[in-house]
Design a protein around this ligand. Structure first.
Ligand code: QV4
Ligand code: CA
Length: 508
């Protein structure tokens, strides 16, 4: 009995940190600004078959409609009500997506914007995605309903100006957004009702937007009210997966560890540092990645949600700065994502973007607001080209062969230890994952030719970066692992992708 109690205690404690992915799938993808109908199709035609664990979707709650600038992506971070009604689709389409994705083993994680409503300067009227009336001046959102006393204005008059003052960061307005009084039972209840509706539909968890701007105790009070996940797809007693957007690059009043009890946290140091290393800025080199993870001052691996870039810092919002790698720097980006997916640290999220016309002035992109591909504001379909890439202005990094194959690599090596590290003291490095996979990088300005211990069984392997294993053959480079586990690797510094990855499921 004691043993059973202990076990269930451990299981319970682990709960909100567990993404509840199926078949031990190990990564999720953020399909930024995609429509629900397109996500449903993508689950069935691509994400399920290719081993993706889930999708982070853009906020599904009704938002303000902004015309100046014209329909920016960030209007979705200004809620007007909790109706499921946005440019991505209505509630019926959302339900259909959740069902179809779950049915092919792909989970849905909702970006929950619960710290605030629209900006104080949002005016009054029905300029909202479902036509709900609001009055930002009076702080009235009758569709919810919220009224003036549900906001923090009594506690703080104005904007967050000092990030070294935890009280300000949590009680004042983030960029003018009307800040909810989450210590009120009523507000907590309304927010929990919204999240419970989504849980009952079948979502597996939440990204908590702007978590740093909410008191950890207020978040906990809301999480305590949440239902268990829908037993149509999840074991009974499963708790929603929680990852909190806490930007902690160090040196501020609030530290991400304050949020560990509630769930995982976004580790923003990860992408900022990895970008610096791959770009070889500030004297960094890949050889230093030997102790990547906690050794670099990151949060514990079982509390971390990691990514190379996100929807904010790929366009200069949020945190990370100029070192952040994105699809605009494709060659380095693929190396960074490849490294992330091969390395055991953290739970990994892949970014999937759309193109916009950049216009960099004095180091700042003045087009950082541009919304998804659209016709007169209506989000465009994600079309699929004959070569499996996306059309209509969607980048679909998750469909790039190098990234898609590394998502599969991570699944194959799941649970295997970090092993057989090698480096040349500079930017040529290699490591394995037990006897399941091995990866080699050449980010130096000279060729790499070397024999390394891979830890893998003897045989001929297909490099999954330069090609695929198709019909018992490699379409790219072949790697021959000898009986003693060693293999010779040759990587030109001029190669399109200067890295090679092999795993046991890509063995001939
Ligand atoms: C403007 C003025 C303000 C004024 C206000 C009055 O600039 O001075 O007080 O009007 O109403 C947009 C505009 C911003 C505007 C604001 C309110 O950019 O100029 O203020 O709306 O109308 C996204 C964008 C923001 C955007 C916001 C809401 O990044 O630019 O603001 O959506 O539309 C910190 C936080 C972190 C945050 C990150 C960006 O710690 O939590 O900044 N990240 C998350 C999301 C992010 C989102 C929000 C939080 C807010 O990932 O996408 O911000 O929900 O680091
Ligand atoms: Ca707040």
């Amino acid at each position: 009995m004691k043993f059973f109690l202990l076990l269930s205690f451990i299981a319970f404690c682990w709960a909100q940190y567990d993404p509840h992915t199926q078949y031990e799938r190990t990564s999720i993808v953020h399909l930024f600004e995609w429509r629900w109908v397109d996500i449903a199709k993508e689950c069935e035609r691509y994400l399920g078959p290719k081993g993706f664990g889930g999708v982070q979707v853009s906020p599904p709650s009704e938002n303000i409609v902004v015309y100046n600038p014209y329909r920016p992506w960030w209007e979705r971070y200004q809620p007007i009500s909790y109706k499921i009604c946005t440019r991505s689709g209505n509630e019926e389409e959302f339900r259909d997506m959740v069902k179809r994705c779950n049915d092919v083993g792909v989970r849905i994680y909702v970006d929950a914007v619960i710290n605030h409503m629209c900006g104080a300067g949002g005016g009054a009227g029905t300029s909202s995605t479902c036509g709900s009336y609001y009055d930002a001046n009076k702080r009235e959102f009758p569709e919810v309903p919220y009224s003036a006393w549900d906001f923090n204005d009594g506690k703080c008059d104005g904007e967050i100006s000092n990030y070294n003052d935890a009280y300000q960061v949590r009680n004042c307005r983030l960029v003018g957004l009307l800040d909810l009084a989450l210590e009120k039972d009523y507000v907590r209840g309304v927010v929990a009702d919204y999240m419970n509706r989504l849980i009952d539909i079948g979502v597996a968890g939440f990204r908590l937007d702007a978590a740093k701007h909410m008191w950890p105790g207020d978040i906990k009070a809301i999480l305590d009210k949440l239902h268990n996940l829908n037993t149509a797809w999840f074991d009974s007693g499963s708790r929603p997966f929680i990852f909190q957007e806490v930007i902690d690059l160090g040196g501020e009043a609030i530290s991400s560890s304050e949020y560990f009890e509630n769930g995982r946290v976004t580790e923003f140091k990860y992408g900022a540092k990895l970008g610096t290393v791959i770009r070889k800025w500030s004297g960094e080199k890949m050889a230093y990645l030997k102790n990547w993870g906690e050794g670099w001052g990151f949060v514990p691996t079982d509390r971390a949600l990691v990514f190379v870039d996100n929807h904010d810092n790929q366009r200069g919002h949020g945190a990370g700065g100029a070192s952040i790698l994105t699809f605009w720097d494709a060659r380095m980006y693929k190396m960074a994502v490849g490294f992330m997916l091969a390395h055991p640290y953290g739970f990994t999220r892949v970014m999937s973007s759309y193109y916009w016309e950049r216009n960099i002035q004095n180091g700042q992109d003045v087009n950082d607001w541009i919304g998804p591909p659209n016709d007169n504001g209506v989000t465009k379909e994600v079309t699929i080209n004959p070569d499996t890439t996306c059309g209509n202005g969607w980048v679909c990094e998750h469909r790039w062969r190098q990234i898609r194959n590394m998502v599969a690599f991570r699944n194959v090596v799941n649970g295997e230890p970090f092993s057989n590290w090698w480096d040349n003291g500079s930017n040529q490095v290699a490591f394995g994952r037990g006897n399941k996979g091995f990866i080699v990088f050449n980010n130096d300005d000279w060729a790499l030719l070397i024999t390394l211990q891979t830890g893998l069984p003897a045989g001929t392997y297909c490099d999954v970066i330069s090609g695929d294993k198709i019909d018992g053959n490699c379409t790219g480079i072949k790697v021959y692992v000898e009986n003693d586990g060693t293999a010779q690797f040759s990587i030109s510094h001029c190669a399109e992708d200067p890295f090679i990855a092999i795993h046991v499921e890509a063995k001939l």
